[in-house]
Design a protein around this ligand. Structure first.
Ligand SMILES: [Zn+2]
Length: 537
């Protein structure tokens, strides 16, 4: 499917604004508009808080962000955005558009949760809302609140002042599985876009340009097929697919010694057979193969192929499938856009934390065995990227794919507690509390102000594209890691969500009855262990 933004724009009838040229705003006018959006976003703090809390309560896993997407797109429709669903064949993929003409500013943020991260917000120790259920153990419940608040407030001003420009909102579906953005790019979603601003939860308030530390990856599942037999009576009649899985893992663990230190290769075994007395006919192992640059990712991808075929030969089974489940290109962020964003971050400043916020943060940090450093109180310096030879590796994010087809930055806003292990219940603790709410409001301000910069300044757009053309992509061009026939694995997590959703539904946030989710759950903020002040753990 080729989804062109122009076809979305053609469907619009909401605006009569001129598409010609850019808004010519004096610096004073731009400055006063920034003050105005900042005030207007403060006035919408309750709306922001409700979105943060609502998506937190849904706690949906990758590809199953059904309630989340329905809720968010309903809000956007109600505010006059035109919504297209099922983008790139993703049931939870959508695009919402409002406005006319240039610039087209596409703002995105992730929406999926983490397995087994269910956690009562505001409680500084592991205390799930629903035992073993998924939850927002990274904080992806807050980014769309940032973007939607910014978009709604900015739209009002654009309408009133007849400012040309198009706001496009989109979700990072299944970011934890690197499962959507490469497909959005493949399907041309960003073809007519002038700039992408992505927002991501963090504990600091920051942005960066160049290549951040971290990796790109291919996520791939190898499935082997053998033959069953009675595992005690006639094991020689069978061929174990699980043997191939184990041989492949052993091979990778030997191969590690000869890989660069910055690689990351890790796996889980989604299918290791049925029961011990049946020789496993089918088994599969799922790998993330990560490296810091394209050539090394491709090399890991190729090594995986060889090792998987060799493992099949050794076990006397067939390698029946090598399915790409996700991919992420290493990121590179745009310098002029990051500089504009950074100035706005400084202007907004950190939220004011209360002693309750700091008490919660310190107690969680102690609980997970970290340094009790509380919350960040100053905005971060602008990130200037890392020399490729000095990149130590680390996580990946499929915003990388987007960043190589259109000038892109990530706004990191301060809604979480620093110093936590990540992908863990502890990263959910703050995510439906005043820490998350205030961080999202601050993020929305920086987002809206930077969008105003893009609307007001064709020169900023030009310099962003000049950097993209002449610096970023001068020697390196994007080549998708997904193949033309790869489809997003939209059935993933269906079974887990089917198991937990009925119980989780009982805890969905009801803003018509409760001011906050904390209030609905009857949680005293903050709830900390009586002895959390010094117990060695
Ligand atoms: Zn994330």
């Amino acid at each position: 499917m080729r989804l062109r933004l122009t076809s979305l724009l053609a469907a619009l009838s909401v605006s009569t604004l001129s598409a010609q040229g850019a808004a010519r705003l004096t610096p004073q006018h731009l400055d006063s508009l920034k003050t105005e959006v900042s005030r207007a976003i403060d006035a919408e703090a309750t709306m922001t808080q409700q979105m943060v809390d609502m998506v937190f309560s849904f706690g949906e896993l990758a590809f199953q962000e059904v309630e989340t997407s329905r809720y968010l797109t309903d809000i956007l429709r109600k505010h006059g955005f035109t919504v297209r669903q099922n983008v790139s064949g993703l049931p939870t993929g959508w695009v919402a558009v409002w406005g006319t003409g240039k610039p087209v500013i596409a703002i995105g943020s992730d929406i999926d949760g983490i397995p087994q991260a269910s956690q009562k917000p505001g409680v500084a120790y592991h205390d799930p809302i629903v035992q073993d259920a998924p939850g927002h153990g990274e904080g992806h419940n807050s980014g769309q609140a940032v973007n939607i608040t910014a978009a709604i407030v900015l739209k009002r001003i654009m309408q009133r002042d007849r400012l040309p420009g198009t706001i496009m909102l989109w979700p990072g579906v299944a970011e934890e599985l690197l499962g959507s953005k490469a497909w959005f790019v493949r399907d041309g979603l960003f073809q007519d876009v002038d700039a992408v601003i992505f927002s991501h939860v963090d504990s600091d308030f920051s942005t960066s340009y160049g290549a951040p530390t971290g990796t790109g990856l291919v996520s791939i599942e190898y499935t082997f097929e053998g033959e069953t037999a009675h595992a005690a009576g006639s094991p020689w009649r069978g061929r174990s697919a699980l043997d191939a899985v184990e041989l492949l893992n052993a091979a990778w663990n030997y191969r590690r010694e000869h890989l660069r230190p910055q690689h990351r290769v890790h796996y889980v075994i989604p299918n290791g057979g049925d029961q011990p007395n049946v020789v496993p006919r089918r088994a599969s192992v799922w790998y993330y193969l990560r490296e810091t640059d394209h050539a090394h990712i491709r090399a890991l991808f190729a090594a995986g192929d060889t090792l998987a075929r060799a493992a099949a030969m050794m076990a006397g089974v067939k390698l029946s499938q090598a399915r790409v489940l996700g991919a992420a290109w290493p990121r590179h962020f745009n310098k002029p856009l990051a500089e504009a964003m950074h100035a706005n971050i400084r202007r907004v400043g950190m939220p004011r934390w209360t002693s309750a916020d700091v008490t919660l943060a310190t107690a969680v940090q102690r609980e997970v065995g970290g340094r009790a450093r509380g919350l960040d109180t100053a905005v971060a310096e602008i990130g200037t990227g890392v020399n490729p030879d000095r990149n130590p590796g680390g996580g990946s994010d499929d915003i990388g794919d987007v960043s190589w087809v259109v000038p892109t930055i990530t706004l990191r806003y301060p809604s979480n507690i620093p110093g936590l292990p990540g992908h863990n219940w502890s990263s959910a603790v703050a995510m439906a509390t005043p820490i998350a709410h205030k961080g999202a409001t601050a993020g929305a301000k920086a987002m809206a102000m930077t969008m105003l910069d893009l609307i007001a300044s064709p020169a900023l757009r030009d310099s962003a594209w000049a950097y993209f053309r002449d610096v970023q992509t001068r020697n390196e061009k994007y080549q998708a890691l997904i193949r033309p026939t790869d489809k997003p694995p939209i059935e993933m997590n269906e079974a887990v969500m089917a198991r937990f959703r009925p119980t989780m539904r009982r805890f969905y946030y009801d803003p018509t009855r409760y001011k906050t989710y904390l209030e609905q759950l009857g949680i005293t903020y903050p709830t900390v262990r009586p002895d959390s002040s010094g117990r060695p753990r």
